[in-house]
Design a protein around this ligand. Structure first.
Ligand code: SF4
Length: 401
């Protein structure tokens, strides 16, 4: 089965949640698409052996990518691990592998399809592995937002900057409007570039994560909180006045990560009270007040590198996805690593990819069947590639994540 993304999306302005994950079909969003086929039972004691055997049988025909937020049982079979952009580049650097199995979420597989060659097929083991943040910006909503910016007389001054965690359609929108993609590692460089494009009075429309946009503008570029407005796609004109749009430098889309957005300042302060000399490190998708109160802020790659470089005995409280934090605890047993918030759980969509789905995917390939191929529409891919290439041409951008 394949999915495609088109620009002529006819979703309602306010798409209503929610299909139950794994049931029904909604090909135009990151959630709730059908996962067909017979899956092995999770209780099957032979799953590890079956995965090993299928992977060995496929050899160089398959390249398995594992995002840092994946379960350990999946990471065990990954040829490389990393964040979304690193993995997409890793896939592109493996043109000899006809099948790329992307253990991550839907937008990541789309990016890999855009960046890999025509002869490569990108496979997502469970089509229900979407991303709630990416879902918060539907292409029709974003195009309506742009119409509002035109109406307010600010579109000509505005450059879109879109986080990697977005659908291919939103990336294509960004390419069509002269913007750039960014990652959590290069958001500062991307924002600096974007704000310079239109000269004095230049603005950025930052999609879809308001927190990364705000944190980068205020903390990294020294901007003011007053220079930011939040555009709510569920309200006329984003819930803003023309004057507010005209006065703002950063127009932040009202989106967030349903995992990182839940870490709280109260939990951080409690950790400081309970763990003397603790170092707090969080992801920039966290809320501004949490990021402000942390000792270190960075992408998943930076979090891993920072903890790897710390001396034995360092005490950490980490605010990112739980699978990664648990793995860090295993990898660095001489440091004390705790999870920031007791009430935050795994990313539920990342966790959709499990060993049964991976076994099913690999065994299907062994049997000559391609399941769950992710194919981005050619026109969408062309403009998304423009925005991705713009990111790659940013100053200092080489092979960073
Ligand atoms: S952790 Fe957040 S941004 Fe990442 S896939 Fe899950 S919901 Fe999306």
């Amino acid at each position: 089965m394949s999915t495609s993304v088109t620009q002529s999306d006819s979703r309602p302005t306010t798409p209503l949640p929610l299909l139950v994950l794994g049931r029904g079909t909604e090909l135009h969003t990151e959630r709730g698409v059908e996962c067909p086929g017979e899956l092995p039972a999770p209780s099957d004691p032979g799953l590890v052996e079956r995965a090993r055997a299928a992977k060995a049988a496929l050899g160089d025909q398959v390249f398995v990518l594992g995002h840092h937020y994946q379960r350990d049982e999946v990471i065990e079979f990954a040829d490389v691990t990393g964040d979304s952009f690193k993995l997409a580049k890793d896939a592109a650097a493996r043109p000899q592998a006809p099948y790329i199995v992307f253990c991550g979420v839907h937008f990541m597989a789309e990016s890999a399809d855009i960046l890999t060659g025509d002869s490569q097929t990108v496979i997502l083991p469970d089509l229900a592995a979407g991303c709630s943040m990416a879902d918060m910006a539907a292409i029709r909503q974003v195009e309506e937002c742009w119409d509002d910016l035109v109406e307010a007389g600010v579109a000509d001054l505005t450059v879109p900057v879109t986080y990697m965690n977005s659908s291919a359609a939103i990336k294509a929108f960004t390419g069509r409007h002269g913007g750039t993609i960014c990652t959590s590692s290069n958001a500062k460089t991307a924002l600096t570039w974007a704000l310079e494009q239109k000269g004095p009075g230049g603005k950025v429309l930052f999609l879809p994560d308001q927190h990364l946009g705000r944190n980068t503008f205020v903390r990294d570029l020294g901007g003011s909180l007053d220079g930011c407005v939040v555009f709510d796609p569920h309200k006329p004109m984003g819930g803003l006045t023309r004057r507010q749009l005209q006065d703002a430098t950063m127009i932040l889309w009202r989106g967030h990560c349903s995992v990182h957005g839940r870490f709280s300042l109260a939990a951080l302060e409690q950790a400081r009270r309970e763990i003397p000399d603790v170092r707090v490190i969080v992801h920039p998708e966290c809320q501004y007040e949490v990021v402000e109160a942390a000792d270190e802020v960075g992408s998943t790659e930076k979090i891993i590198q920072t903890i790897a470089a710390a001396p034995d005995g360092t005490k950490w409280v980490v605010g990112t996805e739980l699978n990664l934090v648990r793995r860090l605890g295993t990898l660095f047993p001489r440091q004390q690593i705790s999870f920031l918030e007791k009430n935050v759980c795994y990313c539920s969509t990342m966790n959709r990819i499990d060993l049964p789905h991976l076994v099913w995917t690999l065994e299907s390939l062994v049997a000559g069947r391609v399941v769950n191929a992710i194919t981005v529409d050619d026109e969408v891919a062309r403009y998304a590639r423009v925005a991705l290439d713009q990111m790659l041409s940013l100053p200092g951008e080489t092979s960073k994540d």
